[in-house]
Design a protein around this ligand. Structure first.
Ligand code: C2E
Ligand code: CA
Ligand code: CA
Length: 729
């Protein structure tokens, strides 16, 4: 049963919806019931009291008549009897009074004709028979009937019958009851109204205030406090309510504040994310570019070439097609680089790259292997087609290049190898192209197709190059370490990393044999990085084991001319926990002398990385004192050719002495390499040499052999080098 809003009945208003209504209704009902009950009780008791007084009066009247009537009866004085009746008649409520003789005759009688019963009987009776009338009236319950026997000296004379009407008394009682009921009702209503007013004023008003406040809260209006002044529970509730609102208000403002902060933070984060994403995208593009492209010419790099070669090989195998790789190397590039400077060399490479790209078909692939070496992959092309391409490139290289102020021409050598004829794997094809490129240098045409039987000497030497390329990836290379000892403290202060190649068929190949060869090709680059990475990894192991030494790494001339080298080295050093100061780089004097001005700049950059730099093989490169002063180096390493024989050769001893003195004058540390015996050690100590390195202390050994020496004998207790350092061998 749903009702529309606003369609409230009085019951709803008074009872269901109103607390005051409920309270007042309840009170009114209770009071009303109590008053009603008391009125009824009152009425009952009054009625019975009146009735009993009527009865008493009737009794008294009867006794009185019985006492006075014998005399009149005996004397038949009916007048007297009538008089009695008349007297009785004066009494209120008497309906009838009759004296009936023992014979049954009505001797005297009184009938109240005003009484409705009597009047009714009189009407019904045709004759005036008092006895019959009285008998009939006796049936009426509203009338009290009494009979009193009249005796004279134990003789019954008759009976006195009297009837008294209870009606008047009943009516009076009822009237009183009604009056009382009316008064009670009025009083109860007044009381109810009074209670309602008081309740509404003192109890409901604060409750309504609370209701309104709660409504305001539900709408989010928290500014207006509840104003209840009373000290009772409602006042307390009001105060608690206000506290609650305050709390709510403050927590809402705290929440708003926090929300604002979160929003600001969010916005900031979003902006940062956008910014970072843009940066990352740019960086990614750059990295992709760097990873796949040569930073100088923008051509695909070695990695990319290898990748493309793999794909082309797979496709050609699948389609049973052929393809050709041309390896190209600029003639006299080293010369140009050395005479005109590194920048000119770079510019030339960029120009060559541009011309190559312009001259080839879109399907042809061209990349820079490194240095002045380029690789061209020609899909579905045999050696004849490749020769034409080589000639075409020769043509486009003919016009002179304008680099700096100068114009000059440059030629190139091309090595051609075809799949599947000259190799069925990428490394075999590259190796064949590499060999062909070397043989091409001796040909007038400037290009050559790979021919395994063309030259008996070169192929061996050149195939070694191909094998070295493989060795770098196949883990045939190993680093050995040779200790360096401080002569004053007799302590091992460092080790030099020296590369070893253990060829699976040819056995051990000394570095002096393959390093210069690698330096002639692009292989020196991956080789150098392999050495640096391995040395750093080993150093990290020692460093983590608590071994504090300096690890020296040999740099080749090529490293110094590699434009990426310093950045790449910095990156590799950044990746290790070992501090940069714990690394030393050895650069030969001859490498410095090849292009002193340029190398000084490179060494400056090396110095900026906080690594040490030593001049290796010192004494063989004819450097001047003025140049030495300019070089940002920390140490000189006297070449072993002077040291080995100094015990027997006084000239060598004199040279060693002057190098030591000069080093100290320049504030440089000096180290002697190739120390093979105690006598030389003794002499070097006397000459004030700072450090020594040589077979006398230890041959270069694998890391696992040098580690226990470094762990156990970090220094020699007895400072006499001739005896004690010997123990380290
Ligand atoms: P280097 O830098 O002058 O290295 C010292 C060479 O002298 C080492 O030859 C070493 O084994 C040898 N040596 C050490 N003590 C003695 C001694 O008491 N007597 C004699 N007779 N020789 C001694 P190794 O290891 O054959 O290296 C030869 C050259 O190969 C090195 O000369 C260095 O120029 C080059 N090399 C070696 N490892 C690397 C490398 O990792 N990178 C580069 N770029 N070059 C390296
Ligand atoms: Ca060295
Ligand atoms: Ca040396």
């Amino acid at each position: 049963m749903s009702k529309f809003k606003g369609e409230n009945t009085l019951i709803d208003l008074m009872w269901r919806n109103s607390l005051a209504g409920k309270f007042v209704t309840l009170t009114v009902v209770v009071v009303f019931v109590l008053m009603g009950a008391s009125a009824v009780i009152n009425y009952q008791s009054q009625r019975s009291e009146l009735l009993s007084s009527i009865e008493t009066q009737t009794e008294m009247l009867g006794n009185f008549v019985v006492s006075i009537s014998p005399e009149a009866l005996l004397s038949y004085d009916f007048d007297a009897l009538d008089n009695y009746m008349e007297e009785i008649n004066k009494g209120e409520d008497i309906v009838y009074a009759v004296i009936i003789s023992s014979e049954g005759d009505a001797l005297t009688s009184y009938l109240d004709r005003r009484n409705s019963y009597v009047a009714g009987e009189l009407k019904n009776q045709k004759t005036m028979n008092v006895k019959a009338i009285v008998n009939n009236i006796k049936q009426n319950e509203n009338i009290i009937h009494r009979s009193f026997p009249i005796f004279f000296q134990k003789n019954m004379l008759g009976h006195f019958h009297v009837g008294v009407d209870k009606n008047r008394v009943e009516l009076a009682s009822q009237k009183k009851l009604i009056n009382q009921a009316v008064v009670s009702t009025v009083l109860t209503l007044l009381l109810g109204m009074g209670i309602y007013v008081v309740f509404k004023t003192y109890a409901m008003r604060p409750i309504l205030q609370l209701v309104q406040a709660a409504r305001r809260i539900s709408k989010g209006m928290l500014d207006k406090a509840v104003d209840i002044q009373s000290a009772d529970e409602l006042g307390h509730l009001g105060r608690v309510f206000n506290q609650m609102m305050d709390k709510l208000q403050s927590s809402i403002s705290e929440k708003d504040e926090a929300l604002k902060t979160v929003q600001e933070l969010n916005q900031y984060l979003e902006e940062r994310v956008v910014q970072r994403t843009q940066e990352l995208e740019a960086l990614n593009e750059r990295l992709e570019e760097l990873a796949l492209h040569d930073s100088l010419t923008g051509l695909p790099n070695r990695f990319s070439i290898q990748d493309h070669l793999n794909t082309t090989l797979a496709e050609s195998k699948r389609d049973s097609a052929c393809f050709t790789v041309i390896m190209m190397d600029l003639d006299r590039f080293k010369e140009i680089n050395d005479t005109l400077g590194h920048d000119c060399g770079d510019q030339l490479l960029v120009e060559v790259g541009l011309r190559l790209r312009d001259s080839l078909r879109p399907s042809d692939f061209i990349g820079r292997l490194g240095g002045d070496e380029f690789a061209i992959i020609l899909p579905e092309t045999d050696e004849l087609g490749a020769k034409l391409v080589a000639k075409k490139i020769q043509k486009i290289l003919e016009p002179s290049f304008n680099v700096g102020e100068m114009g000059f021409s440059i030629a190139a050598s091309f090595g051609i190898a075809t799949f599947p004829k000259h190799g069925t794997t990428t490394s075999a094809i590259l190796k064949s192209a590499d060999v062909a490129m070397y043989t091409a240098k001796n040909k007038k045409t400037g290009y050559d197709v790979y021919n395994p039987g063309a030259d008996s000497n070169t192929p061996d030497r050149l195939s070694l190059m191909g094998e070295l390329r493989q060795a770098i990836y196949d883990d045939q290379l190993e680093l050995y370490y040779q200790p360096k000892v401080d002569l004053k403290s007799s302590r091992i202060t460092g080790v030099e990393a020296l590369i070893r190649w253990n060829h699976p068929e040819r056995g051990f190949i000394p570095p002096d044999e393959f390093i210069p060869m690698a330096e002639q090709s692009t292989l020196i680059r991956p080789l150098s990085y392999w050495v640096i990475k391995s040395a750093i990894a080993q150093h990290e192991q020692w460093y983590n084991a608590g071994i504090e030494i300096v690890v020296a790494i040999n740099l080749s001339m090529h490293n110094l001319h590699d434009s990426d080298f310093i950045l790449e080295l910095e990156r590799l050093l950044d990746e290790t926990e070992v501090p940069n100061t714990a690394f030393e780089f050895e650069v030969t004097e001859s490498a410095i002398m090849s292009d002193p001005d340029y190398v000084v700049k490179v060494l400056d950059k090396l110095g900026a990385l906080n690594v040490s730099v030593a001049i290796d093989d010192f004494g063989t490169g004819y450097s001047s004192l003025s140049l030495l002063k300019k070089l940002p180096v920390h140490a000189l390493k006297i070449d072993k050719s002077f040291v080995m024989d100094m015990a027997t050769d006084s000239d060598d001893r004199a040279i060693v002495q002057s190098i030591i003195d000069m080093s100290h004058t320049l504030g440089l540390d000096v180290i002697a390499e190739g120390v093979e015996n105690g006598t030389v050690t003794q002499q070097l100590a006397e000459l004030g040499c700072d450090n020594i390195q040589g077979y006398y202390i230890s041959r270069p050994v694998p890391a696992e052999m040098v580690t226990p020496i470094l762990e156990n004998i970090k220094w020699i207790e007895n400072p006499d080098p001739t005896t004690n350092i010997h123990k380290l061998r």
